[in-house]
Design a protein around this ligand. Structure first.
Ligand SMILES: C[S@@+](CC[C@H](N)C(=O)[O-])C[C@H]1O[C@@H](n2cnc3c(N)ncnc32)[C@H](O)[C@@H]1O
Length: 213
């Protein structure tokens, strides 16, 4: 595929990725080159690949805790899971994705980038038997919060945290998910906007904790 229409790297990318900028560039180029043919990104995404997808994902990196075990549910093309694994080599990532073709892509990128902080798990989040002790769980563009909470909250240890990337309706989704949140013992659900004054397109996350007592 021609990379002619790939968005020029925004100047802010270098400060957001710091010393990890080179692998971030490699991954972005890989996604630009192969993403459409593999059905990972739409044909209109190249002119906004950095802004809409890569930077949007890396803005979550400062919310992750050093040494944490972090699950990313529905990683797909690698968003945000692989981008975060590039930006945060000090964090251990479990990328959960059911589709074989996407899993193959994630494994190929993990190898290419030499990411030894990544484990790719093939399957649906709700079928991840034996994983219920993660410190933090992320997800992006998987489903509405009321459906996403049952996929993500059970993967967390008591006191673990959800960091779910959401769109403009995030606050409304929290209201709609109140009952399911109570059932799953998810507390303190709130919206945070990341990247204000730093990037053109800010990122919205819903954060919340799982507390059994
Ligand atoms: C719209 S894509 C978003 C992919 C990526 N997170 C992104 O932002 O580009 C949704 C992804 O969630 C995955 N998915 C759907 N249901 C899932 C489940 N129950 N558990 C884990 N992943 C799931 C799909 O296979 C798909 O890759």
């Amino acid at each position: 595929m021609s990379l002619d229409s790939l968005e020029t790297e925004p100047a802010i990318a270098e400060s957001l990725f710091a010393e990890q900028i080179e692998p971030a560039r490699t991954f972005t180029h890989q996604l630009a080159q192969h993403g459409e043919e593999l059905g990972l990104i739409g044909p209109l995404e190249l002119p906004r690949l950095w802004t809409r997808h890569i930077l949007n994902s890396v803005l979550v990196a400062p919310l992750l805790v050093t040494g944490a075990r972090v699950g990313d549910v529905g990683t797909g093309a690698g968003l945000p899971g692989l981008v975060l694994a590039i930006a945060r080599p000090d964090v251990e990532f479990f990328l959960i994705e059911p589709m074989e073709r996407r899993v193959d892509w994630l494994l190929s990128q993990q190898r290419l980038l030499g990411l030894d902080n990544v484990t790719v798990l093939r399957g649906r989040a709700e079928d991840m038997d034996g994983i219920d002790d993660l410190d933090q769980v992320t997800a992006r563009a998987v489903s509405a919060l009321s459906k996403l909470l049952p996929l993500t909250a059970p993967l967390l240890r008591d006191g673990g945290e959800l960091v779910l990337m959401k769109g403009a309706n995030a606050a409304k989704e929290i209201v709609a998910a109140e009952k399911v949140a109570r059932k799953l013992k998810v507390t303190d659900l709130r919206v945070e906007v990341l990247g204000e004054g730093v990037v053109e397109e800010t990122t919205r996350v819903v954060r919340g904790c799982v507390r059994s007592a």
